[in-house]
Design a protein around this ligand. Structure first.
Ligand code: NAD
Length: 335
């Protein structure tokens, strides 16, 4: 039995979390979910969108599955998602871009993993107005965080037999902040060149990287970058493998891991039984591997891939008309 914190989130979060829990149960994995709430819906009850209970539960269980949480645009409270990552020092946001069904991918050769620094950059949220006509946001890049994320990317490359690590930046313009990130990434790469010379290292300016990912995805493998670029590049990558409905992710610290999809709360389709649960399901597959449930993880991943490849029961984002419940049922049938 595994003890796992579940934050269902808001928007489509509750629907897809329930679907994923059902599929995991059908695969025979025993999980005791500790359900905690966060987001706008709990403001009245707790006076904060992120009650202390959430942290207590994650710190205790060390593993969480998290649905998306809405962040008000422009005004209102700051992102609960960012706050969880910062408070628990989940410094690595890892987003694999893997093709499970050729018919949805722009290119079947895509097999990349984005390592996004998750605690600093422009996401520190330090910003202010300068008079009435301007606003200023501060971007913080530290040597320590740059080193840690690049180390994590190289460790992964060694463990998973990957061929190349690419550092992504804008150091031509942001010479201090991105310059410092690149300097640390190069130092880490130099260290790994001694022990693992088979892993190549290069760097790309982020705008060029976006073009390269679309045009020559087969040339890229592990990508490591500061926070904002990672957010944007992984959504671009999600588009290349078939959309946000298929893109999983995880937030890793030294001891704690929080698994969540790349996508947000999709308010446009919330509560309509239309959401695709597969991105959160693939995030849960990463979680099951983390928990040592490799066999169940493989079975769930294969079952979802079969449903995608058959193409008979698909949600609207994938061009079908099936409901969340129907695609969940189809995946369970394939298990
Ligand atoms: P979004 O990812 O929620 O939605 C973008 C588009 O993709 C929408 O058309 C949506 O319907 C579609 N989509 C997303 N996930 C889908 C799924 N599983 N199945 C079918 N279609 C899906 O992005 P957004 O609209 O920019 O953001 C909405 C809210 O989510 C915002 O408040 C944002 O801050 C928040 N957000 C949260 C997280 C998180 O919790 N980690 C991540 C990103 C955005």
């Amino acid at each position: 039995m595994h003890n796992v914190t579940m934050i269902a989130g808001d928007g489509i979060g509750p629907e897809i979390s329930e679907a994923v829990a059902k599929i995991i149960e059908a695969a025979g994995v025993k999980i005791k979910w500790e359900k905690v709430e966060a987001g706008a819906g709990v403001m009245d009850k707790y006076g904060t969108p992120l009650p202390e209970k959430v942290f207590e539960s994650i710190r205790k269980n060390k593993v969480a599955l998290k649905g998306p949480i809405t962040t008000p645009v422009g005004s209102g409270f700051r992102s609960v998602n960012v706050a969880i990552r910062k408070e628990l020092n989940l410094y690595a946001n890892v987003r694999p871009l893997k093709v499970h069904a050729k018919n949805f991918a722009k290119d079947e050769n895509i097999d990349m993993v984005v390592f996004r620094e998750n605690t600093e950059g422009l996401y520190v949220g330090i910003e202010h107005y300068v008079g009435d006509e301007a606003a200023e946001s501060i971007k913080i890049i530290t040597r320590k965080a740059s080193r840690k994320i690049t180390e994590r990317a190289f460790e992964y490359a060694v463990r998973e037999d990957r061929k190349k690590v690419t550092a992504v930046h804008k150091a031509n313009i942001l010479k201090f902040s991105d310059g410092l990130f690149l300097e640390e990434a190069r130092k880490v790469a130099e260290k790994y060149q001694k022990t693992n010379p088979e892993i190549k290292f290069d760097d790309k300016i982020v705008d060029n990287m976006c073009m390269q990912m679309v045009q020559y995805p087969e040339q890229y493998d592990v990508l490591v970058m500061p926070n904002l670029y990672g957010d944007i590049v992984s959504d671009l990558g999600a588009g290349l493998i078939g959309g946000l409905g298929l893109a999983p992710g995880m937030n890793l610290g030294d001891e704690i891991a929080v698994f969540e999809a790349v996508h947000g709360s999709a308010p446009d389709i919330a509560g309509q039984n239309k959401a695709n649960p597969i991105a959160l399901l693939f995030s849960s597959v990463l979680m099951l591997r983390h928990l040592g449930e490799t066999e169940a993880a493989d079975r769930i991943e294969n079952a979802a891939a079969l449903v995608l490849n058959k193409g008979e029961v698909l949600t609207e984002d994938l061009g079908g008309s099936a409901s969340t419940d129907q695609i969940t049922g189809a995946i369970i049938s394939e298990l």
